[in-house]
Design a protein around this ligand. Structure first.
Ligand SMILES: [Zn+2]
Length: 413
């Protein structure tokens, strides 16, 4: 007769997210390892390897306290966020927004494509063009690699031309940006975490925004660390296709005849987070509190492919509704969203604003969409999931407004 193995910690034994705090999760993991050791005579290392299929490097010590921490991380990675049964429809989304005062918005490229900012990953997007222009860069993501930048910043600045508008006013925020601003104006926005570097959230008036990947507002000298606002001169320099240099370093170099010419070029790098760089302090300083505080998550125009932003949905307390507004489903996020509103962001949020009876400027007219029960809607611009076409034809809901009931315009116009 063999001993019954203890149950794994709760987050691993069920598909749903655990409601345990980090400390409780750690205590439970440690307890699990101790119980397992007692019942089956297995050490912590063997448990992780045999029961969870983890391959640990040989130099990781066989230490229960340490490996309990590894187990907690493993749980986080393997966690799947399960859909809430009671949240399914557009009516539910509207009701949730109306009742919420702490909406967390995660946004990405899909929010800015409507105003002409190129997307990175889609067909014809930035990465595809980089591959064509710089075949020597094996991986187009290398353009945003800090080591590659130090080797040769020119490809990055050539690309920056596309991302950096001629003036601050040259780009106007999209309807989706304005929707986030409206959430804030109505006291409903806890925080907007954007992965975009175009700065359009601020242009739309959003104050409670964290630029997870930085933006072009400021620059830092890669040699001396001088940090400051992007000046008109630097903007001009980038727009002229040149690499901007640090004036401070230049002056020092001119004064010092013994200056080491071998030293790294004093390039001014826009404060965009490159691969290989850590996310901003603003992100880490805020995210833990926000994960606890939020009462509704809106994922807006992102496929959640880049960590750690991609991990936010699985890190939020269970029971907090999560809504996806994106052209396509999010495959890798390990999240079952409660309502999936697939389509162009601007079109979807315009319909939400209409139902919320919000007055917003420059609204896209509401348009027809289809409801795919229990919880998916396809709006114009949607990329339907692969098996969607086989489904029976669904009734089209025409939400176009009759001419007489057009939305009121904002007062200042
Ligand atoms: Zn410098």
């Amino acid at each position: 007769m063999s001993a019954t193995p203890p149950s794994p910690p709760s987050a691993l034994s069920s598909a749903s997210s655990s409601s345990l705090s980090e400390a409780e999760l750690y205590a439970e993991s440690l307890h699990f390892l101790e119980e397992h050791e007692r019942a089956l005579g297995m050490d912590a290392r063997s448990i992780l390897e045999q029961r969870f299929g983890l391959r640990l490097p040989p130099d990781v010590p066989n230490d229960k306290a340490l490996l309990a921490g590894v187990l907690v991380e493993l749980m986080r990675v393997r966690q799947v966020r399960s859909k809430l049964g009671e949240v399914n429809t557009l009516e539910d989304v509207v009701r949730l927004i109306e009742g919420s005062s702490r909406v967390l918005v995660l946004c990405g490229a899909g929010m800015s494509t409507a105003v002409g900012i190129p997307d990175f990953r889609s067909k014809g997007g930035i990465y595809e063009r980089i591959r064509q222009r710089y075949p020597f860069l094996d991986d187009p993501q290398l353009l945003f690699d800090i080591h590659q930048f130090r080797l040769d910043p020119r490809p990055f600045f050539e690309l920056a031309l596309e991302l950096l508008p001629a003036t601050d006013d040259a780009l106007r925020p999209s309807v989706s940006h304005c929707f986030v601003a409206e959430l804030e104006r109505r006291g409903k926005l806890l925080r907007c975490y954007t992965q975009n570097i175009d700065g359009l959230e601020r242009r739309a008036g959003v104050q409670r925004v964290v630029f997870c990947h930085g933006n072009f507002d400021t620059v830092t000298c890669v040699r001396c660390g001088w940090h400051g606002a992007l000046s008109d001169a630097v903007r001009e320099c980038i727009r002229a296709g040149q690499v901007p240099c640090c004036e401070r370093c230049r002056r020092l170099q001119a004064d010092d005849e013994d200056a080491d010419v071998e030293e790294v070029e004093p390039v001014l790098k826009p404060d965009i987070v490159f691969f290989g760089e850590s996310l901003s302090d603003a992100f880490f300083g805020q995210i833990h509190d926000d994960l606890e505080a939020t009462d509704l998550l809106l994922v807006l125009g992102t496929s959640l492919q880049v960590a750690p932003v991609a991990k936010i949905p699985t890190s939020i307390r269970p029971g907090v509704p999560q809504i996806l507004i994106n052209r396509e489903l999010v495959a890798r996020a390990r999240v079952e969203f409660d309502v999936e509103l697939l389509g162009d962001c601007d079109v979807v949020v315009a319909e939400l604003a209409r139902r919320l009876q919000w007055e917003m400027a420059s609204m896209t007219p509401a348009s027809a969409y289809t409801f795919h029960p229990p919880h998916r809607y396809l709006f114009p611009g949607a990329i339907p999931p692969a098996n969607e076409e086989e489904e029976e034809e669904l009734p089209v809901i025409d939400a176009t407004l009759p001419a007489s009931t057009s939305l009121p315009q904002p007062e200042h116009q």
